[in-house]
Design a binder for this molecule. Structure first.
Ligand SMILES: [Cu+2]
Length: 171
């Protein structure tokens, strides 16, 4: 199953994670996007019987881990929520936190280099300051320069706030 924007966004078609098994799982918590297959490479570093197998809660997967080297466990795209994995008797514990894929996309869109429309409008206003200084110099009157500065400031805040209200917002 392909996520809807796979072509344009270069969304990964699998999430790969390395987990070291050494008297527990390292890392013990994995965060993955929902709906994307997960490929976990378990690397055993202890000879404890607890390291011999790993059992996933959902889907129910029970896998023997190679005594040395890496064992790959492939999981299908997961539903939002949590999947636990443990050793055979539940002493080693790990979990996969499955986050909604859509939230990641929205976060990516919101963290642009310039931020919100209001910030951009204020930056544009700072750009007008030299012109206010020229107006003041030409009029030989500091008062009219200050007035021009105030008017453009209010205008940029109003424009920025209106643009911000119109900007697409996560539901
Ligand atoms: Cu165990």
């Amino acid at each position: 199953m392909q996520p809807p924007h796979a072509g344009t966004r270069r969304a990964p078609d699998v999430t790969s994670v390395d987990v070291v098994v050494d008297h527990g799982y390292r890392p013990a918590e994995i965060v993955v996007p929902a709906g994307v297959p997960v490929r976990i490479a378990f690397r055993r570093e202890d000879a404890d019987p607890c390291s011999e197998r790993v059992v996933f809660s959902s889907p129910r997967i029970d896998r023997r881990l190679a005594a040395s080297g890496t064992t790959i466990v492939e999981l299908p795209g997961l539903l939002q929520g949590e999947v636990r994995f443990t050793c055979g008797m539940g002493r080693y514990r790990g979990r996969i936190r499955v986050e909604p894929a859509a939230r990641r996309r929205r976060l990516g869109r919101r963290s642009g280099p310039l931020g919100s429309p209001l910030v951009m409008a204020l930056l544009a206003w700072i750009g007008t300051l030299p012109f206010a200084a020229i107006v003041a110099a030409l009029a030989a009157d500091v008062g009219s320069g200050a007035l021009a500065t105030m008017i453009t400031f209010i205008a940029s805040v109003v424009i920025g706030l209106r643009a911000e209200r119109r900007a697409p917002r996560p539901a």
